[in-house]
Design a protein around this ligand. Structure first.
Ligand code: DP6
Length: 353
């Protein structure tokens, strides 16, 4: 597979240029949690997410051919117009990881200019949208260098590269429902790149909304990358793996028949399982804040009383994603503004398409 993404052509080098790409954030329904030991960015379990089409990163990658050949990568990064030296180590690590597949990266001086549509200090993970936008930009350069490059290969390799930047980023290459990680019941699923969910989906699941309640804007004390490592020593890791695989199996039939209640129960269980893993790791940690719990209890109460289909999922942090079908949006927005707004710092809304 390594060789599949390796290209050893003579490139006709375009000396200077700029490429611009946009990429979505995503919210996982079945969570990627834990990586295989001694492997680079290989997940313990397969995951599936919705791409959030209104929450995205736009990246411009400016390239200039180096005057003299040298081995080092040359890159500067600007975020919302400001130079970010602190972002460089992560980008350099990414370039090192992908250099075997993109040998041309050493031939250019790069400037990365990037912006998010969502507020910077919102606690929304930007690594998925930013790493996937950068991977798409790199592929756009490869397309200029290799004229025969096909669209299917372009997207597969972009996802393959994005994974090496941040695991969840490989799912952001496609809209809709996207799977990453091999699962025996999902044809074409694999650990190296993501694929669009290949089976029939009931229409109800093609028009879902995600309202993100931003509870905490500060950067997480334990990043998801650190959290993944802790899974290597978690006493419940094996059970989690079994459970994630079963949940994926269940989700396949739920997506087909369109059972919203089962969907809701499944994604809430997944979210709480993810948090249970960090709570039982060494060192242990609690991502939820008091207002996260306040929101979860309110959602459960509201659901009991109204019988509306509103369900939550959580990322590796305190913020709450509320998922519901577009038909129920008007009613649910009332709940959000009347009863939940006081617990949040910000609200961000997106269609899951
Ligand atoms: C809880 O993709 O951020 O959001 O591969 O180390 O960059 P790295 O981790 P990352 O982990 C995401 C974890 C998650 C679940 C998910 O998106 O599937």
């Amino acid at each position: 597979m390594k060789k599949f993404f390796y290209r050893k052509q003579k490139y006709s080098i375009d000396p200077n240029g700029v490429v611009t790409k946009k990429s979505f954030s995503n919210i996982a329904l079945i969570k990627y949690w834990g990586k295989k030991k001694n492997k680079i960015q290989i997940p313990l379990n397969s995951s599936i997410s919705y791409s959030l089409v209104d929450v995205y990163t736009v990246t411009r990658l400016i390239y200039h051919l180096k005057k003299r050949k040298e081995r080092n990568f040359s890159v500067r990064v600007f975020f919302s117009g400001k130079e970010k030296i602190s972002f460089i180590p992560k980008i350099l690590e990414f370039f090192h990881r992908i250099s075997f597949y993109c040998s041309y990266l050493r031939d250019f001086n790069f400037v990365i200019e990037t912006e998010n549509t969502f507020p910077h200090s919102s606690g929304i993970a930007s690594s998925a949208s930013s790493m996937s936008a950068l991977a798409l930009c790199i592929m756009e350069i490869e397309k200029k260098l290799v004229s025969s490059l096909k669209e299917d290969f372009f997207l597969k390799k972009a996802s393959f590269l994005a994974r090496l930047g941040s695991g969840s980023a490989c799912r952001s290459i496609y809209p809709g429902l996207v799977v990453w990680g091999g699962h025996k019941s999902i044809k074409g699923s694999n650990n190296l790149y993501a694929i669009p969910y290949p089976y029939q989906v009931h229409p109800i699941f093609t028009k879902m909304v995600d309202t993100i309640l931003v509870i905490d804007e500060d950067p997480k004390e334990i990043s998801s990358s650190k959290g993944h490592q802790l899974m290597n020593y978690n006493p419940y890791a094996k059970e989690r793996l079994k459970c994630a695989n079963k949940n994926m199996e269940r989700l396949i039939s739920i997506l087909k028949v369109g059972d919203l209640q089962d969907f809701g129960e499944l994604i809430e269980h997944e979210a709480l399982s993810l948090h249970a893993m960090i709570m039982t790791s060494h060192p242990y940690f609690l991502w939820m804040k008091p207002n996260t719990l306040n929101v979860l209890y309110k959602v459960w109460d509201f659901r009991k009383q109204s019988r509306k289909n509103i369900y939550f999922t959580l990322d590796a942090g305190a913020n709450v994603h509320l998922l519901y079908p577009i038909q129920e949006k008007k009613f649910i927005m009332k709940l959000i503004y009347n009863d939940l707004f006081s617990y949040c710092k910000k609200i961000i809304e997106s269609f899951c398409i």
